[in-house]
Design a protein around this ligand. Structure first.
Ligand SMILES: Nc1ncnc2c1ncn2[C@@H]1O[C@H](COP(=O)(O)OP(=O)(O)OP(=O)(O)O)[C@@H](O)[C@H]1O
Ligand SMILES: [Mg+2]
Length: 613
């Protein structure tokens, strides 16, 4: 039969009807009686047992009377037909009350705390004993489930869920590393480094105090990442080529991510495969501004927390004709993080052709041998593959090429060669591309659509569903201290058509200009949603207005920044537009506050490539 009532006992006990109404008991013993009957639903209990359980120190006639009274109350609360009262025994009709403890087997139960948390029945010694036994018996299973539930949250990028479960586990067991880790990850996900680090410090101290033990190396690494954005400084002298040197990472800031559970979980599946040494290539494709970069950055920040080394290259239209630009950036990042120090010196030597940083990071790497120009790409591919393999020996590696459609053909071709002969290594390669532009890019599209690459998966990033789009707009309004009631949310959702960039710009613009904003113009222009009339045009218009509000120096900095590509944060360069490094720094930080630039891995880049254009 379908359950008629729901008993939540993992935490303070609560009883609900099927319709979600809470049933309360005036007398705690009555509730306790129901709990006792329900936890082993269907089992028959003798009257004597129940009397002993709840009224141990009263004369039998009185105890009998109290029990009878309690049963009357129960019948009233749950329906008399659901209670089987016989002369000698009492039971619930099986299935009438669905108790959450039964959901522990499959980890479906929502756990709020220990079994019957804070629920005491004074004087009922045997009931208390029974409760304690159950609590102890359930504890391992409860922990197990909390860890599994945290994992399920991680899988879809739902760190609010991770945190909720972590907090419960932490209350149950302050020495649980799983719990501390979940909590730290969740705090870091929302950018709350300070509480994340506090939690780590508390845990470390407690562990030392109570067990004389230390946190695992993995947890220490996470704390290091949070603390300085990098690991302990690399050993300078002596750490020559071929020697595995200390990793030196910069933390990837997670970005606010709304409504991407499906895509996140597909990426996470790939990550799990990679950890099992099956390499994966994931091509994220979608419309301009649909959220490919945001999703990727948020996702790789999770991989980094879980031990991956990350290298990310942004491809720029302006560098499309610059051979190996993208490859060079990847190698540079791997070098600066000391992630490829384990590669053989010959391979490193080959890679210095495109990334001279290697000489400084790994002293002793020989100068590359002269070769005919046409064999160089192949040698580079080979060397890069070796370097990648060396890096994956130490930890899983995630390489990201954002906007592969804008990559130079030489880099794309090398990545293609590598993709075709990837051995069993812990490599996850993520490529993002605008679907419309990918077709026109020869080498990148050859790579992204090569069906013969077995480990390649394509993932379409779709427009946000309405609820998520609404959440995005509402979040922006709150962040700008606006009132949602003043904002024509429905119109913005209609015009934005699920495109986060359009939604974001339209909302911002409305907040700044109210009814005189672009939203009205757009609607007048065309009744079709913005996404259909071309996001770039709409964005261009919004953006132009935004720029007009900037002061002259900031605008000058912006104009220059747009052509500087990856050297955007190179302050001395701004002398050409008459800005001192200090003034340039100020202008860039203003642009970041305005949402034009964003911080990625400690560096700055355009929030969206459309804005840059
Ligand atoms: N899931 C999301 N939750 C919250 N904000 C998002 C989400 N996706 C995108 N955004 C916001 O929308 C804007 C555009 O996103 P993003 O830059 O990731 O798009 P894109 O697909 O990479 O675009 P492009 O094709 O230009 O590279 C960003 O400013 C980002 O903050
Ligand atoms: Mg992007």
């Amino acid at each position: 039969m379908a359950s008629h009532l729901h008993l939540l006992s993992l935490g303070a006990p609560l009883l609900f009807t099927d319709a979600g109404e809470q049933i309360r008991f005036r007398t705690r013993k009555h509730f306790a009686l129901l709990i006792r009957l329900a936890v082993e639903g269907g089992r028959k209990f003798t009257r004597d047992y129940l009397m002993d359980l709840f009224w141990p120190n009263v004369p039998a006639p009185r105890a009998r009377h109290s029990l009878a009274q309690a049963l009357t109350v129960l019948k009233e609360k749950i329906g008399r037909e659901h209670l089987v009262v016989q002369r000698a025994s009492i039971a619930l009709v099986p299935g009438v009350v669905d108790a959450d403890v039964h959901g522990l087997e499959s980890c479906e139960a929502e756990i709020r705390g220990p079994f019957l948390d804070g629920f005491e029945v004074p004087g009922a010694v045997q009931f208390e004993q029974w409760k304690d036994e159950w609590r102890a018996r359930l504890m391992p299973r409860i922990r197990d489930c909390l860890v599994k539930q945290m994992d399920a949250g991680r899988r879809v990028g739902d760190f609010a869920t991770v945190e909720r479960h972590a907090q419960v586990l932490l209350d149950l067991d302050p020495l649980s590393e799983d719990a501390v880790r979940g909590f730290i990850e969740a705090r870091a996900w929302v950018g709350d480094r300070s509480n994340a680090l506090h939690a780590f410090a508390r845990f470390e101290a407690r562990l030392a105090d109570e067990l004389g033990a230390k946190p695992s190396a993995e947890l220490v690494r996470i704390a290091d990442l949070l603390r300085e954005g990098r690991r302990a400084a690399p050993r300078p002298a002596g750490a020559g080529a071929g020697q595995v040197s200390e990793r030196c990472e910069r933390r990837f800031e997670a970005e606010l991510l709304i409504g991407r559970e499906r895509e996140f979980s597909r990426l996470y599946d790939a990550w799990l495969e990679v950890r099992r040494r099956t390499p994966r290539i994931v091509v994220l494709i979608g419309d301009p501004g649909v959220g490919k970069t945001t999703l990727t950055n948020a996702f790789v920040s999770t991989c980094q927390m879980e031990g991956a080394a990350i290298a990310r290259a942004q491809a720029y239209d302006a560098e499309r004709e610059l051979p190996f630009a993208v490859l060079a950036e990847l190698i540079k990042q791997l070098t600066l993080q000391r992630a490829i120090g384990g590669a053989d010196p010959e391979a490193l030597s080959e890679l210095t052709r495109v990334s001279p940083e290697i000489f400084a990071a790994f002293p002793g790497v020989p100068k590359p041998v002269e070769w005919a120009a046409e064999v160089i790409p192949l040698r580079l591919a080979d060397a890069f593959l070796k370097a990648v393999e060396a890096a994956t020996d130490e930890s899983p590696l995630v390489l990201v090429v954002d906007d592969i459609h804008a990559a130079d053909n030489a880099s794309a071709a090398i990545l293609h060669v590598i993709a075709r002969k990837l051995p069993h290594t812990r490599l996850l390669l993520i490529l993002t591309a605008r679907s419309n532009e990918l077709r026109a890019a020869a080498a990148p599209s050859a790579l992204a659509s090569d069906a013969s690459i077995e480990v390649l998966r394509t993932l379409e990033v779709e427009p946000l569903p309405p609820a998520a789009a609404h959440g995005l707009v509402a979040g922006l309004v709150v962040k700008a201290d606006g009132h949602i009631a003043d904002v024509p949310v429905a119109r913005i959702l209609q015009a934005g058509n699920g495109n986060p960039l359009a939604l974001e710009l339209l909302t911002r613009e409305w907040l700044a200009h109210g009814s005189g904003s672009l939203l009205g113009d757009l609607e007048a222009l065309n009744t079709q949603p913005v996404a259909n009339i071309g996001i770039p045009r709409a964005i261009g218009a919004v953006f132009e207005r935004q720029i007009r509000r900037l002061d002259a120096p900031t605008r000058a900095a912006l104009d220059l920044a747009a052509v500087l590509g990856r050297r955007l944060a190179d302050l001395p360069l701004y002398e050409v537009v008459d800005l001192s490094p200090a003034a340039a720094g100020e202008a860039l930080s203003r642009l970041r506050d305005e949402g034009v630039l964003r911080e990625v891995q400690g560096g700055l880049e355009f929030r969206n490539e459309l804005i840059r254009a």
